[in-house]
Design a protein around this ligand. Structure first.
Ligand code: BG6
Length: 492
């Protein structure tokens, strides 16, 4: 399905920041290259510094050169540069917003449908929207006006609600685009489609057949130079609060009424609101945290988190695992184990579903698994039992393995897809406020309880597998993390 795009102007706040240089501007260029931008579409980049038009165009060239090592098509480059303008504007300088309005009101240059992409500090989201509104730039009369809020949308439920209160003074829900870049990944968009377009999958996707589900996101990288940000955030807020809960929602939602943004989001909201709150009085049975110590990753010795932070007192988690239940007829009683970690033995994002025991058990340990690989490999695998050819009756596990992405498929960056959706007015891959709220409601008590507990946090060596101690959250003795998507990944 493709949607048409109205002529529009994208106003990019924070244009000289990292996200914009690495993802947004190169992403827009790629959309231009693919012929997906309307002819008259314009980009007004906004930054704090004064930059002359030629210098800005030269800067864009350097961003594209850094991204597209094989060079860029000269004709498309010329077309792209002609779309690009620059405006200096500090987030709180009302004079500058007035000038911006004057610039934008030149209808011969700038199409009047306006999308404002706020790639700025979270504390600037509300003030920028206030200023835009004061200039009448959020007002939808003849033309649409949309505002993209980069993550994080708040740092807990009260702050998310506060931000919502402030921006919804000026914007309707349909005008607010809250980003979770995971929703721009094709592999995530595939989850719902693969589930519901296959008769083979949907009938067994429930508590009658499923023993438990594991949703995993691990990285080999550490926190790098983001220690300050990370120590005020932690793995739960950084990864679980949105990326992993969104994967969970797509894995567990009911068939949407239709594929409209409203239909899809309503299904996700419903299931997110059906996740049972984690009982804080029994937290240690439902959630586990740890920090990476020094260790070896890819043959290289790396320091531990506390060393990088230069603060031994931090109790912030770099590994977080939780057990969740969903209170609805489809999922009653099925544990969902979710986890995320920095500096684990592999970098992998996946959904692993273990099915209940079959009526005939030849090897007692072997159960069916269905695995959806998200990254780095986009694939679907099924582990089934099969007779070992020969004179004896014995079975072994074999893996059916199919690629969800073929080598010839186009690779589209998540931000590219989301930018296109923004201009199309399709917000199905952006978060509704009810999703953001449900997610905060779920993680807030854990974050709070962990922050208050100052006992030293369990340490795992960088590059190792899951800490054995994380086993406390499993319901049954025979359940533990799969360590990989490969055959045998379910064995310790
Ligand atoms: C970001 C987190 O939202 O997602 C990072 O802040 C994390 O800590 C990143 O590394 C992972 O994104 P991706 O697309 O590389 O899986």
């Amino acid at each position: 399905m493709t949607h048409k795009i109205d002529p529009c102007t994208l106003v990019l706040f924070g244009a000289s920041g990292n996200l914009s240089r690495v993802k947004l501007i190169p992403g827009l260029f790629r959309l231009d290259l693919l012929g997906r931008l309307p002819d008259t579409m314009k980009i007004l980049s906004v930054g704090r510094q004064e930059v002359a038009p030629d210098a800005w165009h030269a800067d864009i060239k350097s961003m594209l050169d850094a991204k597209f090592k094989n060079g860029v098509d000269a004709k498309v480059f010329e077309r792209f540069i002609a779309r690009n303008f620059y405006h200096a504007n500090a987030p709180t300088d009302s004079n500058a917003f007035r000038k911006m309005k004057a610039t934008l009101s030149d209808e011969k240059v700038f199409p009047q449908n306006l999308a404002f992409f706020l790639s700025v500090r979270p504390t600037d989201f509300a003030p920028v929207v206030d200023q835009l509104a004061a200039e009448g730039l959020t007002q939808e009369d003849k033309y649409w006006r949309r505002v993209v809020i980069e993550k994080p949308f708040g740092t807990d439920l009260p702050s998310a609600q506060e931000l919502q209160k402030s921006i919804s003074k000026h914007l309707k829900e349909s005008q607010i685009y809250r980003i979770d870049h995971y929703l721009g990944k094709s592999a995530l968009q595939n989850i719902m489609l693969q589930r519901f377009t296959n008769t083979l999958l949907e009938p067994i996707w429930n508590n009658q057949y499923i023993d438990h589900v594991q949703i995993t996101n691990t990285e080999m990288l550490g926190v790098g130079d983001r220690t300050k940000f990370y120590d005020s955030t932690g793995a739960v807020r950084d990864m679980i609060q949105s990326h992993i809960l969104q994967i969970l929602a797509l894995t567990t939602m009911e068939l949407p009424k239709d594929l409209t943004p409203k239909g899809v989001r309503a299904s996700k909201i419903k299931v997110l609101e059906q996740i049972r709150p984690i009982p804080v009085n029994e937290l240690s049975k439902h959630a586990f945290r740890a920090q990476y110590a020094s260790g070896v990753v890819n043959g290289e010795k790396v320091p531990g988190y506390l060393e990088e932070l230069e603060d031994n007192s931090s109790v912030v988690e770099t590994y977080a695992a939780m057990k969740l239940f969903i209170d609805n007829p489809r999922w009653q009683g099925v544990p969902f184990y979710i986890r995320t970690a920095k500096r684990l033995h592999e970098a992998d994002t996946r959904i692993c579903i273990r099915f209940k025991k079959a009526p005939l058990q030849v090897n007692s340990q072997d159960q069916n698994w269905l695995i959806i690989g998200i990254q780095p490999r986009e694939c679907i695998k099924m582990e089934i039992q099969s007779k070992i050819p020969g004179l004896d009756i014995n079975t072994r596990t074999i893996q059916l393995d199919a690629a969800n992405r073929l080598p010839e498929d186009d690779t589209v960056d998540a931000y590219e897809a989301l930018l296109l959706n923004l201009m199309q007015g399709d917000n199905s891959n952006y978060l509704h406020i009810s999703e953001a709220e449900a997610q905060w409601r779920l993680v807030d008590p854990v974050v709070k309880a962990w922050a208050a507990d100052k006992k030293p946090v369990y340490q795992y060596p960088a590059g190792s597998r899951d800490p054995e101690a994380s086993k406390v959250i499993f319901e049954h003795e025979d359940q533990f993390w799969r360590t990989s998507i490969e055959l045998g990944g379910d064995k310790p």
